[in-house]
Design a protein around this ligand. Structure first.
Ligand code: KIV
Length: 272
């Protein structure tokens, strides 16, 4: 298997394209803070996404809508301080780009200037094309996001699989082409049928990254807290948990409480 990524000192959008062309799969994970970003970057992940899922995972909101541009920049700054090799992509939050390409450009520039991130991601197709083009024209790499787009949850009404019907699938294929023509360097496709994701992947020259979109995409992304099993109650079919940290961490805290209560901690070696 080819390993274009192994030779890279730093991941770039151009290397991601070469990885697609060489058939090397792209790994992507979320991070919102320094400690997590350090582990993920040291492990060698290709792309770190400072996702607006921070709204759920870090702040406990029900949706991604409440997180602000300032809060996204705060998370991005923490991640950037930890990262040596991965490409860092930051989500433009809800309300920072929709329906106003000048506002979109200003939001993207704030993220790039204030955090030192390498690219931005935004949700939608045809309806955000003007914003996409304007941001790219300023030299900022943009990643698209199609399928289940959580910032539109109140329009969809549910988090179920998108584009199962022909009409929505046809629009998604059109959106992917339009985004590619506009110059995005990659597209996240969330929770759509595997067959459709594979078809889109074959029809465009830029990398596709799937989440709940099957194995036919050029890469995969997961929310790191889901992969580590820190989030306990989120169990979609597409998720593979690699650890059960919720139980391990809770067990460690219970053990600590017991040791404090019984005066076992600190012992003689653990004091000055
Ligand atoms: O915000 C996020 O974590 C995302 C991923 C689910 C792709 O957009």
């Amino acid at each position: 298997m080819s390993a274009v990524s192994k030779d890279a000192k730093r991941m770039t959008t151009h290397i991601l394209k070469r990885m697609k062309d060489a058939g090397e799969k792209i790994s992507m994970l979320t991070a919102y803070d320094f400690s997590m970003a350090k582990i993920i970057d040291d492990a060698g992940v290709d792309v770190i996404l400072v996702g607006d899922s921070a709204s759920n995972v870090m702040a406990g909101h029900e949706t991604t809508l409440p997180i602000t541009l300032d809060q996204m920049i705060y998370h991005a700054c923490s991640v950037i301080r930890a990262v040596k090799k991965s490409l860092v992509v930051v989500d433009l939050p809800f309300g920072s780009y929709q329906g106003n390409s000048e506002k979109a450009l200003n939001s993207a520039i704030r993220i790039m200037k204030e955090s030192g991130a390498h690219a931005v991601k935004l949700e939608g197709g045809e309806e955000v094309l003007e914003s996409v083009k304007r941001i790219i024209s300023a030299g900022v790499p943009v990643m698209g996001h199609l399928g289940l787009i959580p910032q539109s949850i109140y329009k969809f009404g549910t988090y179920t699989v998108r584009a199962k019907e022909d009409l929505e699938a046809t629009q998604l294929k059109k959106d992917a082409k339009l985004l590619e023509e506009a110059g995005v360097f990659g597209i996240v496709m969330e929770k759509i049928p595997a067959k459709l994701a594979t078809e889109v992947t074959k029809s465009i020259g830029i990398p596709t990254i799937g989440i709940g979109a099957g194995g036919g995409t050029d890469g995969q992304v997961l929310v790191s807290h889901d992969l580590f099993g820190i989030s306990k109650d989120f169990n979609p079919r597409f998720l593979r948990r690699y650890l059960n940290l919720y139980d391990d961490m809770k067990g460690a805290v219970e053990h600590y409480i017991k040791d404090v209560k019984s005066s076992d901690f600190p012992n003689e070696k653990e004091q000055y």
